[in-house]
Write a protein that binds this ligand. Structure first.
Ligand code: SF4
Ligand code: SF4
Ligand code: SF4
Length: 264
């Protein structure tokens, strides 16, 4: 299947062959899928032919996949190799979760003395492979991103069934504030506390704010230039509130620092 997965090939009767690849990560996104239980397996059986899953080691690799879902980041040479090989074999690649989309927690090492930290963790390893961490889109073409750390599994299920049918999934392009206010939460920013919600891509049902914990941007910045002014304004406000250093530490948690600073 060489066509892009758009409405044009929706009527294709053959079930797409799907692969699941997990690079380095906490497996939280894989378990978010499995937490769907019957809903996930019903959707899998109904819409797909299973080609490969990282939890099923006895499955033989195939030479071609219609769709591949990838979670985790490239922390090792093997990760990069496997990702590139999988891309060659797959017509459509979906980055699942913010490790794949942004790099997430491992990105923190981009901002510290990597050599020194590696020596601390691996004192006997002379030259560990210790690259900067990037979104997987730096290594391969990514056709679709499902953000979140972890993913929202209901959102995943919708995307999972949509792409199988050649439907372009409608992900939220509203900021986290929209869901936060719809849920009736008090606004932390208005109380003088930090929150990145106004410029972060929603779709998580403002889950952190529902527990009165501020948004640290795990779903990444809204990729719409119309938000550039809002990013600048929020940056000024937050720098004044908590200082530049503390603010940058927040950006580094989920790997949004580079993107944020580029848009100032
Ligand atoms: S995005 Fe978060 S939950 Fe998903 S694998 Fe990475 S660290 Fe784990
Ligand atoms: S608490 Fe954060 S996400 Fe909620 S409305 Fe205020 S700024 Fe937006
Ligand atoms: S509120 Fe912010 S940090 Fe929490 S899940 Fe949503 S995007 Fe991620």
């Amino acid at each position: 299947m060489k066509k892009s997965r758009t409405k044009k090939n929706r009527s294709k009767p053959k079930k797409p062959v799907v692969a699941f690849l997990s690079l380095s990560g906490c497996e939280g996104c894989s378990f978010a899928m499995l937490d769907l239980g019957g809903e996930f397996f019903n959707a899998l059986v109904h819409h797909y032919k299973l080609g490969e899953h990282h939890f099923l080691e006895e499955m033989k690799e195939k030479s071609h996949y219609d769709i591949c879902f990838v979670d985790g980041s490239c922390l090792t040479k093997e990760n990069v190799k496997v990702l590139k090989e999988m891309r060659k074999k797959s017509d459509f690649m979906v980055a699942v979760g913010s490790c794949a989309a942004l790099g997430v927690v491992p990105v923190i090492k981009n901002f510290v003395n990597k050599k020194q930290k590696a020596k601390y963790v691996y004192p006997n390893l002379r030259e560990p492979f210790n690259p900067d961490i990037h979104p997987i889109s730096r290594y391969v073409k990514v056709d679709l991103v499902i953000p979140g750390c972890p993913i929202d599994n209901k959102e995943f299920l919708k995307v999972f069934t949509d792409v199988a049918q050649g439907i372009t999934p409608a992900l939220s392009h509203r900021p986290v504030c929209y869901e936060c206010q719809t849920n009736g939460n008090p606004c932390l920013l208005q109380k003088g506390e930090p929150c990145l919600g106004p410029v972060i891509q929603g779709g998580c049902n403002a889950v952190c704010l529902n527990s009165r914990y501020y948004c640290r941007g795990c779903r990444g910045l809204i990729q719409d230039p119309a938000y550039d002014d809002a990013i600048k304004t929020l940056n000024k406000k937050l720098e004044k509130m908590i200082g530049k250093r503390a603010l940058h530490h927040i950006f580094q948690i989920y790997g949004i620092q580079e993107d944020w600073l580029n848009r100032l």
